[in-house]
Design a protein around this ligand. Sequence first.
Ligand SMILES: [Zn+2]
Length: 129
Amino acid sequence: MLKKGNKLYSILTGSCPKCHQESMYTNKNPYMLSQLFNMHERCSHCDTKYKIEPSFFYGSMYVSYAVGIAFATAAFVIAFVIFGASLVSTFIAIVLTLVVFLPVIIRLSRNIWINFFFKYEPETQNQLE
Ligand SMILES: [Zn+2]
């Protein structure tokens, strides 16, 4: 099982990368599209400021390419290898997968990106900036 303290926990749940105590997002559901990018400014537990600099999350776009490719690969394997779909159907399945999972891909990319810069520190309180 995924536990707090594992980076994957923060990445998959979108919780604070440092204390893993609460969600970084004002709405946990990525399919509330109007709130897809709405994040808390700071963690109310450890006071971590999520946006290290104003354009911090632009970098997550690079991550989203990798995450998108991972989803596309999974769609390819499922459609083409497991279900034996034709190439055209497989292509449609890949495009649909990317469209349907786009909010998840965007959130995952942000979570992965921010976890490059923070590590789990459960005991830290109110560190200096
Ligand atoms: Zn925190």
